[in-house]
Design a protein around this ligand. Structure first.
Ligand code: PHE
Length: 472
């Protein structure tokens, strides 16, 4: 059944469960899984981090994902009015506004820059990256590229153009892009895992797997938990309104807990497989000692270490490198689409614009901000970050503002809203007015996680991220 939304326009809907899950998975799977997860694992002591991540995903991430989708479907409105619409309390719209500014505009402005890098590296893979990496130049290539302002802006705009092209044409086009890009991504992930696990240096491959999957729980510290929880939010696209607006296109008869389960499961599966691509390959091709150090390289792991690893592969290395960056591009583009949809959905409803016009308007603003973030990589201009007490690059500023402040805050407010303000209607909505058979026990746990457990855990993370609480 189609309903009118607030501006009198019939609300579009996902055409099937599959389409909805692919869109939600498209939002969730992105740079967070393939670019961020592996080096976070390495920097936090390997497998123990993976286990902590999984636990937090089940106990905090999944309940919040449910909350966000449920509010979206009940409201059938863009995030800036969704919480007020369902509860009659406009104060709570603050959560949607946070998402629009922080997610739609701020996160995208740097996410797009890295999205642009994936296009550049696809091209480079076919035009000499491997030879240069072989000659030990992967680091300097990356450094030169990041410092080249025109190129940074150009690739960022190109990336945004792809994102805007698909979402300007409506929910059906968004569906199409997500199905194809996610389909491609799943195939590529499996191809690359197979390539990695069948490398000749068996001992190296096993050392990589061992480091990645054999936990040493003595390494778990409070910090491990904090990084893992931050990654859960980022990876499941929580707290910025992305899942909320995708939820607003969900049919009334859809089974939200099941669809959310698929989303969280596939997202986690791809993160785990990304680790299975990277750890065995890096350990086998660089040697266990050097491999362990290399995986700790942080954000540079993907763009500096991996080209070196591909260069050492026995054959078709340009092709594998190209496929890897294509995979990263597909993930980044579909995630960026969900963030752009938050901004565009807002502009369409708020100013009564046609979807395409809303996309162009918000796209232009995002490109202007993204341009600033892109050129700031070469050093100037710097912005003061109060939580770090120092001047940082605009790019880092955006990243830290969102991860340290906005995502935790948005998610915490969502929890409190559903747990304390909108609890009974939420239970009705999530069970499709009682038509879905859900165990009372599971529903009670869900509500109490949102009421107490998750907000407390998030408060600790947020305060630590801001430096209010200092730990070891
Ligand atoms: N989940 C995306 C990723 O893992 C990033 C993202 C965050 C997308 C928040 C939308 C909203 O790359």
């Amino acid at each position: 059944m189609n309903e009118l939304n607030g501006s009198g326009v019939q609300r579009e809907e996902w055409s099937s469960r599959f389409a909805f899950v692919m869109a939600a998975v498209g939002s969730a799977i992105g740079l967070g899984n393939v670019w961020r997860f592996p080096w976070l694992v390495a920097q936090n002591g390997g497998a123990a981090f993976v286990f902590v991540y999984l636990a937090l995903l089940v106990f905090i991430g999944y309940p919040i994902l449910l909350a966000e989708l449920t509010i979206g479907r009940a409201a059938r409105r863009a995030p800036h009015v969704a919480l007020g619409t369902v509860s009659g309390k406009p104060f709570w719209n603050i959560v949607g506004w946070l998402g629009i500014f922080a997610g739609g505009i701020f996160v995208l402005s740097y996410y797009n820059v890295v999205g642009g890098w994936t296009i550049k590296y696809m091209i480079l893979s076919l035009t000499g990256l491997i030879e240069e990496a072989n000659a030990g130049n992967a680091g300097s290539i990356f450094g030169t590229f990041v410092g080249a302002k025109h190129e940074q802006v150009g690739f960022m705009v190109l990336f945004m153009a792809v994102v805007m092209f698909y979402i300007a044409r409506g929910v059906k086009s968004l569906e199409w892009a997500n199905k194809w890009m996610m389909g491609t991504l799943f195939v590529l992930v499996l191809v690359l895992v197979a390539r990695s696990l069948t490398l000749d240096n068996r001992e190296g491959v096993m050392a990589g797997i061992n480091y990645y999957l054999n936990p040493d729980f003595t390494k778990v510290t409070f910090r491990t938990c904090l990084s893992a929880l931050g990654q859960v939010f980022f990876s499941l696209s929580l707290g910025l309104g992305a899942m909320l607006i995708y939820g607003s296109y969900v049919k009334k008869e859809e089974n939200i807990p099941a669809a959310a389960g698929w989303t969280a499961g596939l997202d986690t599966g791809v993160s785990l497989l990304a680790g299975l691509i990277i750890f065995p390959a890096v350990f086998a091709l660089m040697g266990a000692g050097a491999g362990e150090a290399a995986t700790k390289a942080g954000p540079g792991l993907t763009f500096i270490v991996l080209p070196e690893v591909f260069a050492k592969m026995p054959f078709a290395n340009s092709l594998f490198s190209f496929l890897f960056f294509l995979l990263l591009f597909c993930g980044a583009a579909t995630s960026a689409m969900s963030l752009m949809e938050v901004a565009a959905g807002f502009a369409a409803e708020k100013f009564g614009l046609k979807r395409a016009h809303a996309v162009y308007l918000m796209g232009t603003i995002i490109i202007l901000l993204g341009g600033y973030s892109a050129i700031s990589l070469s050093g100037d201009p710097k912005v003061f970050a109060p939580w770090a007490g120092k001047l940082v690059d605009f790019f880092d500023f955006m990243d830290e503002l969102c991860n340290n402040v906005v995502m935790p805050l948005g998610s915490m407010l969502l929890c409190l809203f559903v747990g304390w303000v909108w609890c009974d209607p939420a239970l009705k909505e999530i069970t499709n007015d009682g038509k879905l058979s859900a165990s009372q026990f599971a529903l009670t746990i869900w509500i109490w996680v949102l009421r107490i457990f998750a907000p407390v855990a998030i408060a600790i993370i947020g305060l630590t991220g801001l430096g209010v609480i200092k730990i070891g």
